[in-house]
Ligand binder design. Structure first.
Ligand code: 2AM
Length: 486
């Protein structure tokens, strides 16, 4: 009997790199039969003979064979290199699939590609899902955060598998339906942007502890241990403690031997670009990307450090108080960063007509991924209380938290500025907070300047919607810029 007549696999996965392999093993451990396939088919045999030995995993050496082994509707996950490889596999798959079958892209695809693929496959009666997968190798193996979005008809068919293999936070799966077309990959992109921000904030705290208070690595690690028992309780604080404690073979902290040039793969940059595209002030993620750019100018900075001199004062305040101030500055800045991230999600939802479940997104990030933290539970609560919450900063809980941190936040920055320690993300967070809570900003002057030199017109506070041009010099004439376009 041919294998086509005995479909046995619940789902197929294409792409046997480390994430793909671990995700297959995770699904197999949860009782699903998975069909494994890879462009280089030797990897299928190797995988079956080693890691997948004795597990409910079957292999295929062609797309045709793989599809033949699948129960209907067929579910195929792609975990291949983002870009052309995804399109190539979709092209190969389509002739073998039937109406209602599902293709899931679990790679790090750009959300615009996912939008395009959704549309193209929709025209062919196939259901396409773009899913963020976060948590690295360990997450993929034992519980990732999964952010699926796309053709909503696919969700009931993938939900039992996805929610079973996802990480759990307070008993709930860190996976839910995100929204239409590219929503899953957009949310994953914002997740990565927030991760950039969180990491930079921790680096700024470390910089202050090290260069203002001149603490040893053990002392700093102890501080991070304490911080991890507070509102900052999170994976990134935990690993920072371990990194600070890690000694090289000579007994010295390894972290100090690492070249201070941060790498990046681009997802933080994409978040900042969409923030600019949609006009949302996601300043903290933007600064975190630029901080990495500045760090990578190592040679240039070394040269500049010989000639550009800053203040050479020393800290003579209350050291214990300053440590607590830094913690609060970090916490308040983090609240601002997440508020900005959710502002971007809200704007994208409006642009693309997505019906995003913000509380669900917070829960998806609550466990399994790099930004997992107790704090995301508070965000979930805020959105559960008010699904239409306009801004996280306006939620009663977060409003109270920022208010409790505010004095410490300002003292930290004042000290950093006095002593010349760069704190781009702490600073931009406070600048945003102060801007956001200001009813009257100086942008009236910008409007006047634009009208002065370019006749761009302005609105009066007293008559919004009515655009006026003033002949500021008495020389330029009374024609406004919009008149030129008419
Ligand atoms: P490979 O093992 O045949 O190289 C991560 O790189 C995964 O994406 C691997 O499974 C790899 O397959 C696959 N991959 C990368 N580029 C690809 C391409 N252009 N076409 C098909 N698969 C590709």
């Amino acid at each position: 009997m041919s294998q086509q007549q005995q479909p046995e696999a619940d789902i197929a996965l294409i792409g046997l790199a480390v994430m793909g392999q671990n995700l297959i093993l995770n699904m197999a451990d949860h009782g699903f039969t998975v069909c494994a396939y890879n462009r280089t088919t030797e990897k299928v045999d190797q995988f079956l003979a080693n890691e997948a030995k004795g597990k409910s995993v079957v292999g295929a050496h062609s797309i045709k064979e793989m599809v033949g082994k699948l129960k209907r509707p067929r579910r195929v996950i792609l975990l291949v290199k983002a870009g052309q490889a995804v399109d190539d596999f979709i092209k190969q798959l389509v002739p073998y699939l039937e109406r209602g079958d599902i293709i899931i892209d679990g790679g790090n695809s750009e959300y615009k590609d996912t939008q395009r693929r959704c549309k193209e496959l929709d025209g062919q009666g196939l259901l396409f899902v773009g899913s963020g997968v976060s948590g690295g190798e360990e997450g993929a193996r034992y519980g990732p955060s999964l952010m699926p979005g796309g053709h909503s008809e696919a969700w009931p068919h993938i939900k039992p598998i996805f929610q079973k293999i996802a990480a759990k936070a307070d008993g709930e799966p860190c996976c839910d339906w995100v929204g239409e077309d590219g929503a899953g990959h957009f949310v994953k992109m914002v997740h990565n942007g927030i991760e950039y921000g969180d990491m930079q904030l921790i680096c700024e705290a470390y910089h202050l502890l090290k260069d203002v208070l001149k603490l040893s690595h053990t002392e700093m690690a102890d501080i991070f241990t304490e911080w991890n028992k507070t509102e900052l309780d999170s994976f990134l604080i935990e690993i920072t403690r371990d990194i600070l404690n890690y000694k090289d073979s000579d007994g010295k902290a390894l972290v100090e031997k690492i070249r201070d040039s941060a790498g990046q793969k681009g997802t933080g940059k994409w978040t900042a670009i969409s923030a600019l595209d949609y006009g949302v002030p996601v300043t903290l993620i933007g600064e975190s990307v630029f901080a990495r750019c500045l760090s990578s100018l190592k040679e240039e900075r070394l040269e500049a450090s010989k000639v550009l001199k800053g203040p050479d004062g020393v800290f003579n305040g209350d050291r214990k108080q300053f440590i607590e101030d830094i913690r609060k500055a970090l916490y308040a800045s983090k609240i601002v960063s997440y508020a900005q991230g959710f502002m971007l999600l809200r704007e994208a939802a409006q642009q693309f007509n997505w019906n995003l479940n913000y509380g669900g997104i917070a829960l998806m990030w609550r466990g399994g991924c790099i930004i997992r933290s107790v704090f995301l539970g508070n965000i979930k609560t805020a959105f559960t209380k008010n699904p239409k919450l306009n801004n996280l900063l306006l939620d009663e809980f977060f409003l109270g938290e920022v208010s409790k941190c505010q004095q410490s936040w300002r003292r930290t920055l004042a000290e950093a500025i006095q002593l010349g320690i760069p704190t781009p993300c702490f600073s931009t967070a406070l600048a945003f907070f102060d801007g956001y809570r200001t009813g009257q900003l100086p942008a009236n002057l910008i409007q006047a300047q634009r009208d002065y030199f370019g006749a761009h017109t302005y609105e009066l506070l007293a008559s919004p919607g009515k655009w006026i041009h003033t002949n500021w010099t008495g020389k330029g004439g009374n024609v406004s810029a919009s008149s030129y376009n008419a």
